[in-house]
Design a binder for this molecule. Sequence first.
Ligand SMILES: Nc1ncnc2c1ncn2[C@@H]1O[C@H](COP(=O)(O)OP(=O)(O)OP(=O)(O)O)[C@@H](O)[C@H]1O
Ligand SMILES: [Mg+2]
Length: 414
Amino acid sequence: MTRQVIAALDASWESELVAAVEGTAGYTVARRCADLADLLAAAAAGHGEIALVSADLRALDRPALHELASHGVEAAGVVGPGDEPGELRLRQLGLQVVLRADLASHEIDDALDSLEAVHGGPPPTGPDGLAGGHLDDGAAPPTPATVIAVWGPTGAPGRTTVAVNLAAELALREPTLLVDLDTYGSSIAQVLGLLDEAPGVAAATRAADQGGLDLAGLARVAPEVSPGLRVLTGLPRAGRWTELRAPSVAHVLATARGLVRFVVVDCGFAIEDDEELSYDTLAPRRNAATLTALEEADELVVVGTADPIGLQRLVRAVQDLASVPSPRARVVVNRVRPTSVGPRPERRIAEALGRFAGMDDLTFLPLDQPSLDAAVFAGTTLAESAPQSALRRALATLADGYAAPLPERRRRRR
Ligand SMILES: Nc1ncnc2c1ncn2[C@@H]1O[C@H](COP(=O)(O)OP(=O)(O)OP(=O)(O)O)[C@@H](O)[C@H]1O
Ligand SMILES: [Mg+2]
């Protein structure tokens, strides 16, 4: 059976390549497209199963390839003879088959047949998008990275506080990256006293879209702010949320897995999926960054606040999670104090959450405004500014659930 090809190719060798494809046994060119928009329209209209794209096709990026894939179209790249930078770019975009424009028909047949072979299989590329990955042959594989999403309902329950300090505790043990994906109000840069100009997550997703995000690129935009702790700051303005699209965020997180042992993500509160409200399923989604983080994460921390309203929101939040792809939640009850729920607050809260929501395995964090105010004022973490506080110790214990505990001596010294 002949398979239909749609093509958006460089004019200087388009005709020869199209003629060569027509000479193949298995493929025929159904549509020659002038630009990417034309190609996406042809894909949406079901004109082809395979797209051939030039390395220099304007605006070709990961979201565009994702869109092709969503229409069931597999993409293969095409480069002019000797165009190595073009080939590198296409491979960094994730294309596994890249043809040279001067191939003979039988070679094109073989190359496009191999598209079917790779389709659905695990990608043979490393996190930097280059074939072969970044590991030396024979090196022992490192422990796989763990992505921990920190999420919680509206009402500022302490997602950022938990994310920042959990990351800081983990960084004392293993290399860690803290990522701000809150598209409603990023705040990690401010909490840690980082300059506004830090390139952050917008630069990382831009590089991901353009196929240029590799380990070195990610390391550049996520500088180390203290030993072992890298930070990818959030959007400088919430209005720029369209820059954090699902495929790019997923790519940033996948790349981060190759850079550090722990990735801690500060998520926005909202998890409704606008896709369900819109007919345009490819439009950017406000909550895409958070939904992607929840989906990609290996571990999930849900933060609620210890007063009647906060606890009710926490229960609803955990129920809402049932309809969102995400790992099992570990529940953290923050700002625990007797004044909001009565004496012996931990016992009362545990009883209530156990009885009404079936939640066990809770972590309690005490109310401690002076320590947090001092930490934020100094642009630092509790491990540095209030190492002996009960709040810091509770956060260190939370980190013990993910990484080997710190030796007591080191913990005290910090
Ligand atoms: N255990 C605590 N004790 C005292 N204050 C706390 C505690 N946890 C958080 N706070 C304070 O509550 C405020 C909100 O916390 P944080 O920014 O972590 O919440 P958030 O859930 O990230 O909110 P947002 O919706 O703005 O992202 C901050 O001023 C923080 O210092
Ligand atoms: Mg926050």
